[in-house]
Design a protein around this ligand. Structure first.
Ligand code: C5P
Length: 421
């Protein structure tokens, strides 16, 4: 099970860089925090700029580096108070003895120290300094004050120092800092794999202005696509009409009707390893679509409907067989109906979604589901508690990965045995 600590989608972290030789490690720290999903901004002190160029940190973080407390241009964008409010965590790495002394005594004579005072964010300090400075009574007392306030101090480590001495004072390695703060990150179990996801509703036209559709915001499908990408997959999403933006880094194919969705899906599956049908595909479409808006001259109206293609079943039948996952929205007998669906559609997994109560998934940012999975003839169930859709999607993809990789392993073992009977 992925530790919640590893899911830091968009966690807002301000990295403060102060003037020590270990500043050369700060871009690596920024990169490692970003790899774990964090949204990072950087503040540098004047002394830090003697060791490393702001442009380096701008290039790595993808944002201009904040440098001055009273910079009119910066204040017209994200001003220092706004930046202090924006941050959920401030990580000062490397932190000099001078920075720690200022932080311990509440001094605010530059942008970074001002932000630390003005922010309610968790403060983390990774000290780096000469071993004598680290041992000095003044530094020891400052650390005691900072720790007494609940501030996290990471390191320093022991070893050879840039000044030629040996001892305690080396900044903890960026990977270790990132690991301690955000965990291992999401394992790249789907690296090299392509995942095809359907999302949103479909729209089955009656005439140019009216149609039949299903309730679906597309949020769950987008969260699943985003999570698959975060597990390292290349992701393609085929999406019905929705009003939300697709996650970045994902190829999106827009469609309207079930037929168009089927065509788009079938056009992609040869290049895919896993198919996840999250779309709420309309089950029926009007046999005839009127060219012009139908007039409401009659009190009653009959529209003949015909079944739409079942995309999920079609994908499950295709050869070579993809690992196929369906979503089932049910208002009653959730598990029983979903188990039936798993068998009828011959898929590997069904994610069952109770859409009956007020807390149903529709348009909501959170959801709870039960996964019904098939391994050979054995059908099992896993309950995933209510949480936001991205976190839920991470857990769903984690289960998909486990079963997909198990299936691949037994397929390969089967092949080996047939080679060497
Ligand atoms: O049969 P039911 O619509 O409840 O099944 C839901 C699952 O089947 C979802 O994964 C949905 O994307 C998929 N489906 C489909 N094509 C349809 C209807 C449903 O792919 N025409």
């Amino acid at each position: 099970m992925i530790d919640c600590k590893t899911i830091h989608k968009n966690k807002r972290i301000l990295v403060g860089v102060t003037g020590g030789i270990a500043a050369y490690k700060s871009p690596d720290l920024v990169r490692r925090l970003m790899e774990r999903g964090a949204d990072v901004r950087v503040v540098m002190t004047d002394a830090a700029k003697e060791f490393i160029a702001p442009l380096t940190l701008q290039a790595v973080s993808g944002h201009p580096v904040f440098q001055h407390a009273l910079d009119a241009e910066a204040e017209s964008g994200m001003g220092h108070i706004e930046l202090a409010r924006w941050a959920e965590m401030i990580v000062v790495a490397p932190a000099t003895a001078n920075f720690m002394a200022k932080a311990a005594h509440g001094e605010a004579d530059d942008l970074l120290s001002t932000l630390v005072l003005a922010s309610e964010a968790d403060l983390v300090i990774a000290p780096a300094m000469n071993q004598q400075m680290w041992q000095h009574q003044a530094t020891r007392e400052n650390i005691e004050v900072l720790q007494g306030r609940g501030i996290t101090i990471i390191g320093p480590g022991e070893g050879d120092q840039a000044c030629g001495e040996t001892g305690l004072g080396r900044m903890t390695e960026p990977e270790d800092i990132a690991q301690q703060l955000l965990g291992d990150g999401i394992p790249q179990l789907l690296a090299g794999k392509t995942v095809l996801v359907t999302a949103g509703p479909t729209w089955e036209a009656i005439d140019p202005v009216r149609g039949i559709t299903n309730r679906s915001s597309g949020k769950m499908g987008f969260a699943v696509a985003d999570a698959a990408k975060d597990f390292g997959a290349t992701v393609v999403i085929v999406c019905g009409p929705v009003s939300i933006c697709a996650p970045v880094g994902i190829e999106k194919i827009d469609v309207q009707s079930a037929k168009q969705m089927q065509e788009a899906v079938m056009g992609q599956i040869d290049d895919c390893d896993i198919f996840i049908g999250v779309a709420a595909v309309a089950d029926y479409r009007p046999v005839k679509v009127a060219d012009q808006k139908i007039k409401k001259d009659n009190d009653e109206m009959v529209i003949t409907l015909v079944k739409t293609p079942d995309i999920l079943s079609a994908v499950a039948k295709s050869e070579p067989k993809l690992f196929t996952v369906g979503f089932a929205a049910e208002t009653e007998n959730l598990i029983e109906n979903s188990r039936k669906k798993l068998k009828a559609k011959n898929v590997d997994m069904i994610v069952a979604n109770d859409v009956s109560g007020q807390e149903s998934a529709f348009g909501n940012d959170s959801n709870a589901v039960t996964i019904i999975h098939k391994q050979g003839e054995v059908i099992g169930e896993i309950i995933l508690e209510r949480t936001d859709k991205y976190r839920l999607a991470i857990q769903i993809i984690e289960h998909i990965c486990k079963q997909y990789l198990k299936n691949q392993k037994s397929k390969n073992e089967g092949k080996d045995q047939s080679k060497n009977p």
